[in-house]
Design a protein around this ligand. Structure first.
Ligand code: SOE
Length: 389
């Protein structure tokens, strides 16, 4: 029995469920020197967190995250809460010598993100590791995309074209959930899903966004307050609240390696449920990743004989592809949840090896600075530089 990595998770909604699946599964598919132990899940509602512990497979449950951090039988804190609590939980956990996994975006403000990145850098000197959970970079096809760009298969990169399209709040009667309130979420589509395509494009290209010009839009400015019980259905009363975040964010960008880019993050793309698409155009070819076809990569190789040119479909399920040797024979596909299992695999390996996992809090701070530049540009309608880390 390898040494245990005892986990305390704060929050148990969508990301808590996705992370729990990964903690339950990772050691059964990846040979690692440390075994994750699902020690405790924490949430504000005593009944809710007790039910979540039973459903998601946690040994115990708590309602005060500070008590979880104080436990000497917890080694790592996994933060799956809304963005307004990321900083205080991560800072307390790092100070207490706990490793930290924090969901994206790192924080709700640049100031918080700077504080978290500084604390994580200091904690490294004490052997404490911290990672921000940008899960899509751990889809094998995305890791392959990065490798092919790094190997020069596209030549000089000219265009980056990224969209993240959802439609879950197109109905104006959808209630004012936490993701629609700035004081809780920090921003709307921009920080929630825009952060993912910022990370994805910087990860696969190896280039960083240096300046942006942006616009944001809030299509529905007032929504019914959630009912006390479910939090998802409208209260039925006439109580309404103001939407204080963007419903959509669109921006152009220059990257520091010379590529130019377009980004679109929206929750009003009717019919698009979780539509992530990244296309790269280079002097020697193009690559396209689409999340709805997440086991594939489209590759246009301009060096092929003229008679054979066209977009080839790479099926990213061979054992040679990142992470795939741990799963099934070629052609047997994997899904969304596997990206989290890969995230936990890399985190556990880093803790065991004493290395710093990526993306680090400093990497996530740089993404927060891009988000901030987009917000400032949308305000000023001016091209805006991304502040240095
Ligand atoms: C809602 O937009 C959401 O759950 C995001 O918060 C996640 O990061 C994304 O992976 C799926 O959609």
């Amino acid at each position: 029995m390898s040494e245990q990595l005892r986990v305390g998770m704060v929050g148990y909604a969508f990301m808590g469920a996705a992370h729990s699946q990964a903690w339950r599964t990772v050691n059964h598919f990846f040979d690692l020197p440390l075994s994750a132990r699902m020690s405790v899940v924490c949430g504000r509602s005593p009944d809710g967190v007790a039910a979540a512990a039973a459903k998601l497979g946690w040994e115990s449950h708590a309602t005060d995250w500070r008590s979880v951090i104080e436990r000497d039988d917890v080694d790592l804190i996994d933060i799956c809460t809304p963005g307004d609590t990321h900083a205080e939980i991560a800072l307390a956990a790092l100070a207490a010598g706990k490793h930290v996994l924090c969901e994206k975006p790192l924080a709700n403000t640049v100031a918080e993100a700077r504080e978290m990145a500084a604390a994580a850098t200091e904690a490294q000197t004490r052997g404490v590791r911290a990672m921000c959970g940008f899960n899509y970079r751990r889809v094998p096809a995305v890791a392959l995309m990065r490798q092919m760009v790094a190997d020069g298969r596209l030549g000089t990169l000219r265009h980056v074209r990224a969209t993240y399209l959802q439609d879950w709040i197109v109905d104006p009667s959808f209630p004012l959930v936490w993701r629609l309130r700035k004081e809780v979420a920090g921003s709307g589509a921009l920080g929630d899903i825009g952060a993912h395509i910022i990370d994805l494009t910087q990860y696969v290209t190896g280039q960083s966004i240096s300046s942006v010009t942006a616009l944001t839009e809030t299509f529905v400015s007032s929504r019914p307050l959630p009912s006390a019980s479910s939090g998802l259905s409208a209260s039925g009363s006439e109580e309404f609240g103001e939407v204080t975040v963007d419903d959509a964010a669109l921006f152009l960008a220059r990257l520091d390696g010379g590529a130019i880019a377009t980004y679109e993050a929206t929750r009003f793309a009717t019919g698009r449920k979780n539509g992530i698409r990244v296309e790269l155009n280079g002097s020697l070819g193009s690559l396209v990743f689409e999340f709805e076809r997440m086991n594939e990569l489209s590759f246009y190789d301009a060096t092929r004989p003229e008679a054979e040119q066209g977009f080839a479909r790479i099926l990213v399920t061979e054992p040679v592809h990142p992470y795939m040797a741990a799963w099934w024979p070629p052609g047997h596909l994997i899904g969304y949840e596997h990206s989290f299992t890969h995230e936990m695999r890399d985190l556990i390996a880093a803790v065991a090896e004493g290395t710093n996992p990526a993306p680090s809090f400093t990497d996530a701070l740089q993404i927060q600075l891009v988000l901030d530049a987009v917000s400032r540009s949308a305000e000023s309608s001016q091209w805006t530089k991304v502040e240095p880390v």
